[in-house]
Ligand binder design. Structure first.
Ligand code: F3S
Length: 64
């Protein structure tokens, strides 16, 4: 499973970092970035939650 953040959509709310810190972190531009492109198996659930909760649908998930 792979996650990406569309920086044009991200408004920097930080929910994804709170919900799934294993995968997301805030960048210097105050937008989220993915620090673990192949999502660790134990973080897949929280990564999906982060994508669901992102207010701007900026997170895309690619299932293997
Ligand atoms: Fe950005 Fe969505 Fe995360 S707006 S900071 S990708 S929850």
């Amino acid at each position: 499973m792979k996650a990406t953040v569309d920086k044009d959509r991200c408004i920097g709310c930080g929910i994804c970092v709170e919900v799934c810190p294993e995968v997301f972190e805030m960048g210097d531009d105050d937008k989220a970035k993915v620090k673990a492109p192949p999502v660790p198996p134990e973080a897949e659930g929280s990564c999906r939650d982060a994508a669901d909760q992102c207010p701007d649908s900026a997170i895309k998930i690619e299932e293997d």
